[in-house]
Design a protein around this ligand. Sequence first.
Ligand SMILES: *Cc1c(COP(=O)(O)O)cnc(C)c1O
Length: 396
Amino acid sequence: MSQSFKIPFARVDCSGKEAQYLAEVLSSGWLTTASKAKKFENRFIELIGCKHALAVNSCTSGLHLALDALDVKRGDKVFVPSFTFTASAEVIRYMGADPVVLDVDYATSSLSAQIVADAIARHPDVKVLVGVHFGGMALPMTGDFGILQICKKAGVKVVEDAAHALPSRLDGRAVGSFGDVTCFSFYANKTMTTGEGGMITTDDDGIAERIRCMRLHGIDRDIWDRFTNNTSTPSWEYDVVAPGFKYNMPDLNAAVGLAQLERIFEMHEKRVACASLYFELLGNIEDVELPFQPPNMTDHAWHLFPIRLRPSTNLTRNGMIENLNEVGIGTSVHYKPIHRLKYYRERYDLIPTDFPVSESIWQRTLSLPIYNLLTEKEQIFICQSIKLAIEEKKVP
Ligand SMILES: *Cc1c(COP(=O)(O)O)cnc(C)c1O
């Protein structure tokens, strides 16, 4: 589908050492989790500055493992923002727990420290928060009035959904280095990819140990360890301590990840440049509201560039998407909020008027193409097309 657009919403760049590393895996004869996954984890630890990194087969698996490691139980309540992908909420249901869906802050489309503080006051029984670094802009996590401190005081654990946030920074630190546990996504359209894949980071030894075990059937020994260590324990010998999952990352995927990771800053630099050019080219279009701009542009991963059409615009969001599609520009919408999705809406009686901010944003938002292979010429064309669409529909 996206291939039919002249300017697709996302493009994957595998022009680094992806093919070389893949060939190494293929010729090694061991395609599943082994040395490439291990190396990928070690490189990730260096990049983030965290103690542990655990490669998994998706961010969703990572979030599931994170909630399991935090001992979320049936009937527990977990905070999640309305403005996110369904994965952030579905993992709460995997545990038999119930999401407490929170409206977001207008400026950033995500949770603010105030929203979290108010939510804790209203729901003192909630045990865990799934925070989402929407679009790649880090949540206000740090400092005395940051989300981490507020949650810590209330005994609320924090899982970070950092599917958009590689590489994002806050106060000079990388996202993935400050919460209890953080999950990244390497899905095909994210800031780097392994096809499908994810990474969990944590500084907590206990959490890391539980996740290491649960990502592979609850087996108490790493498969790779089983075949490489020189101890007297035979390789067939293992025990199972819990009904774990099958969430490990194969070396085939890790090979692609290693090559992508080598170029993460180069690709990020291009995304920052794309975002800056959008701010410049769209800044003078009255009907377009631009995304939140952090003081330091490079702190933002710029996974997404979501714009909003002002309510006065004589063109609906869907009208704009159609106009852009007609001239070959792919777009997307982030997000149809959780409270609008049938399952959550019906099960938890969620009504739109309880989420006025998400409601106001989602009806008017669309995400523009942003990736390292996007050219300046393409961006100029996208911005001109937006301008034309607005002007043509404008009542004189
Ligand atoms: C993409 C995404 C996920 C899921 O990532 P997968 O790797 O596809 O499981 C979770 N949360 C958010 C916010 C996402 O955008």
